[in-house]
Design a protein around this ligand. Structure first.
Ligand SMILES: C[S@@+](CC[C@H](N)C(=O)[O-])C[C@H]1O[C@@H](n2cnc3c(N)ncnc32)[C@H](O)[C@@H]1O
Length: 265
């Protein structure tokens, strides 16, 4: 086992995200929104970073793009390959890390990430890598969770109970347009932002929380960590329910996300 805290963190993430597949039903509609927003064209070479079950990669491939996908979790990649096979597509899915992409410089016309690269703990590395594998004039586009809305607030709550490695950037910083502009810097031009909603059906905030505890990597990890501290676990669940209730109405949980698109200089 390595002593590098970032490698240890990623090993934990790799394990915790393995149960994400049922959640991909809900990330499927936003995948079409992102592919549209990025204006993916037939024959474009497209990379889906942190692809999970491949919802973005398959959506782009169904538009005729030549798509590849990469993720930390081999379990999710098996589902991604099955999703591609269902529509007779052969997409190369690789196990790998957004902070060290196994592709040559300038390989892709479009680099996408939906709720994915934001989990890499060192945004400067993930940004540099995504821009490196993109050709000049190509499009980088991603969807992320704003810090002040539901999923961003959940990240803050999780961070209070289970901090990541020192110097790891909180994922929701990627949902702040000012920080996004700063991170992309002058490597890009024509930065555009757009908000949209991911709506999840749920009978109550408690039902939604139970679903997260079965499928959402960081929540699964925290609940495991608190298994011998029932008092803190109860407190965490109570705080989560209150937070979710702010975004719950008519059996729906509304999760607003930010899309960013830019052109590499
Ligand atoms: C919320 S899921 C999103 C999956 C998919 N993009 C979607 O929209 O359904 C987050 C994904 O990020 C992946 N991930 C987390 N950290 C990563 C890293 N450093 N490099 C590559 N993938 C990573 C997880 O394995 C997981 O599949």
């Amino acid at each position: 086992m390595t002593n590098d805290p970032f490698s240890q963190f990623k090993a934990g993430q790799r394990e915790a995200w393995a149960l994400f597949s049922p959640m991909a039903t809900f990330t499927t509609p936003p995948a079409a929104t992102l592919v549209e927003f990025a204006a993916v064209r037939e024959s474009d070479k497209v990379l889906d970073v942190a692809c999970g079950t491949g919802v973005v990669a398959v959506t782009a491939a169904l538009r005729g793009a030549n798509t590849r996908g990469l993720d930390l979790s081999p379990v999710l990649l098996e589902d991604a390959a099955a999703n591609a096979a269902t529509v007779g597509l052969s997409i190369e899915f690789l196990e790998g890390d957004a902070e060290a992409l196994p592709y040559d410089d300038g390989t892709f016309d479009v680099v996408l990430s939906q709720f994915g690269h934001m989990f890499a703990p060192r945004p400067e590395l993930a940004t540099a890598e995504m821009l490196r594998v993109l050709r000049p004039g190509g499009t980088i586009a991603f969807s992320t969770w704003p810090p002040d809305l539901m999923i961003g607030s959940i990240f803050s709550l999780l961070g209070r109970y289970l901090p990541g490695p020192t110097n790891a950037a909180p994922p929701s910083q990627w949902g702040d347009p000012n920080i996004v502009r700063q991170r992309l810097g002058d490597a890009v031009k024509d930065v555009q932002f757009q908000y949209d909603d991911m709506v999840m059906p749920a009978l109550s905030p408690k039902h939604y929380l139970a679903h997260m505890e079965r499928t959402a990597g960081p929540v699964i990890k925290l609940v495991q960590t608190l298994k011998d501290e029932p008092g803190r676990l109860t407190q965490f669940r109570a705080e989560m329910e209150l937070l979710i209730a702010r975004f719950f109405s008519h059996n729906r949980v509304r999760q607003t996300f930010l899309m960013t698109r830019a052109t590499k200089c």
